[in-house]
Each structure stands twice: as structure tokens, then as C-alpha cells.
Design a protein around this ligand. Structure first.
Ligand code: PDD
Length: 290
């Protein structure tokens, strides 16, 4: 991708360089968002920007742009890079200042970086489902902030990758929290159960779309903690994220979920989710059920 955003300006990607004393680089002192682009249009952009501001507020950084201005900047970047299908990554850090744990007292401007990436929808995995492992959740207690500090998530994902799995599902003791980069849902007797959006998980935008779709279609949902036993005993399990959409989970720690195929509730949700994408971004060329 030829262009990127650095501090409010669209510049050549090769020119987009940050200072070694940027607090994002030194401390992970910043927050980020990943937004999906279909047909050159951002999906759920308002929801992502609202969460971005909430994450910024939680760590005491003020967004140095209006929402309209930031949206326009991102749209311009998509157009300049001629991105049709992919993602936009964006992050804001507390800025560039000599290393010191406490926040800088003088007026330091936050640094904004954004860039695009071409990315196909993971259609094969969406059709056949993915394998996962479970692992203890060793992260901090503010997982609701989309922080640049992702070491706990990275260590979990790496564990999964090393055994050829797509995702690591984290748990605190007996309670399942979320995936290393996704939210987790179980289906039992037609009921969908997913962890409540509190400080222990990220309030996923995809999760919220799924919950809205369930409400509209009278699918019963419980947002509550569920245990590893409930998880292993579920009829269906799936995960959700901006890039993975509604992804069936067919195996956990080498054991099949149900009959080892994507379940009917998950498949119906995938169809409804595609409809939501099409409402906002126009017709999808390839669909899961094609
Ligand atoms: N990850 N939980 C965690 C820990 C995540 O990192 C993500 C997303 C989600 C799902 O959130 P959403 O539906 O808003 O994408 C849940 C992004 C995609 C990433 O870090 O690349």
C-alpha cells in the first residue's frame, strides 16, 4: 500500500517514520483500532471510532481531531490506496518525549499512525471452521481498553500457532474470557452465551453486531461468564472479530466440538452477518454459502 497517515497527513508509506522516543514504541502507551473495508467502504466505522475515543479517554489522551475529520482522513486514505477489500489499522500514542514512566507534564502532541492492508475474507475457514486451544488468561485487568500492550495476547496466540491452531481461547481459572484476538460464543440448546462486556474482555464491535442481529431475530442470548466445562460441553462454539467475522470453532485442544462441523446456529449468524455487511458496504462478491 503506497500511502499512510502520519499525524493528520497522508504521506508516502516509505516516508512514514516514527521517533525512537515515541511512547508507543517505548511503553506501548497508546491504543489502536482495526476496521474492516468491504467494497472500498468501512464497516461499522462509527462504532470503531467511538470505541477508539473510549480507549483514549481511559488512558487520558484527547483525540486531536474531530470524529468527522478523522473519518474523512481514513476515507481519503482508502481512496488513495485504492483499497477495495482489506483493513485499516490505526493507533494513537501519547507522543514523543524523553523516556519517563509518568505522563509528560508539558504539552506533548499525541501521534497518530494509520495504514491499510489488502485482506481477503477468510472464506475457507468460515466454511469449514477452525481449530483452537485453551490457555490461562494472564493479561491485565483492563482488557476493555484496546491497548497497544498486547504481550499476553501475543503469547497466547503464539501457543496456538505452534500447534497449528487458529486461536487461543483464554480462561481465568474456570471462567472463559475471550480469544487472544476475538470474542468467544457458545451455543447450548439454542441459547447463545457470551462473556459480558466488562473489564475482562474487549467489547467487540463484531460481537455487538451479532447481539443486535440475535435480538432482531429473537435468538435468545445470555451475556454472562461461562465455565470451561460449559464450553467443552457446548453444541456449537464460534468466535468473532473484525477480520474473522463469525468464525465456527470445530476443535478445542484436539477434541471435536459437537460433530466437528460448523453448527446450524453459527451458519445462520454468518448469513445474517453478511447481510449486515451488504447493508452498509454493498453486495459481497463471494459469500460463505456460495
Ligand atoms: N482484534 N478481543 C480481543 C482481545 C481482540 O483483539 C479483538 C479484535 C476482539 C474482537 O473485537 P472486534 O470485533 O471489535 O474486532 C476481541 C483485532 C481485530 C486485532 O487486534 O487485530
Amino acid at each position: 500500500m503506497k500511502f499512510a497517515i502520519l499525524n493528520g497527513k497522508i504521506i508516502e508509506r516509505s516516508e512514514a517514520k516514527v521517533d525512537i522516543e515515541d511512547r508507543g514504541y517505548q511503553f506501548g502507551d497508546g491504543v489502536y483500532e482495526v476496521i474492516r473495508v468491504y467494497n472500498g467502504k468501512m464497516f461499522t466505522v462509527t462504532e470503531h471510532l467511538n470505541r477508539f475515543v473510549k480507549s483514549l479517554d481511559s488512558i487520558g489522551i484527547t483525540l486531536p481531531y474531530t470524529m468527522d475529520h478523522l473519518t474523512k482522513l481514513l476515507e481519503d486514505l482508502i481512496a488513495k490506496n485504492n483499497l477495495q477489500l482489506g483493513t485499516i489499522y490505526m493507533q494513537i500514542t501519547r507522543g514523543v518525549t524523553p523516556r519517563n514512566h509518568a505522563f509528560p507534564s508539558e504539552n506533548v502532541s499525541p501521534s497518530l499512525v494509520a495504514y491499510t492492508k489488502e485482506a481477503a475474507r477468510p472464506l475457507e475457514n468460515l466454511k469449514i471452521g477452525v481449530k483452537t486451544i485453551v490457555t490461562e488468561d494472564i493479561r491485565w485487568l483492563r482488557c476493555d481498553i484496546k491497548s497497544l500492550n498486547l504481550l499476553g495476547n501475543l503469547l497466547a496466540k503464539q501457543k496456538a500457532a505452534e500447534v497449528g491452531c487458529f486461536e487461543a481461547i483464554q480462561h481465568r481459572g474456570q471462567d472463559v474470557t475471550e480469544g487472544s484476538s476475538s470474542n468467544i460464543f457458545i451455543v447450548k440448546n439454542g441459547m447463545i452465551i457470551t462473556h459480558q462486556s466488562d473489564n475482562l474482555i474487549l467489547k467487540g464491535i463484531t460481537k455487538d453486531v451479532i447481539l443486535q442481529v440475535c435480538e432482531r431475530n429473537s435468538i435468545p442470548v445470555e451475556e454472562r461468564t461461562f465455565t470451561l466445562d460449559e464450553f467443552m460441553d457446548a453444541d456449537e462454539v464460534f468466535l468473532s472479530s473484525t477480520t474473522a467475522e463469525v468464525m465456527p470453532i470445530i476443535e478445542v485442544d484436539g477434541k471435536k466440538v459437537g460433530d466437528g462441523l460448523p453448527g446450524p446456529v453459527t451458519k445462520r449468524l454468518q448469513e445474517w452477518f453478511e447481510q449486515e455487511i451488504e447493508k452498509q458496504c454493498g453486495a459481497l462478491q463471494d459469500k460463505i454459502l456460495n
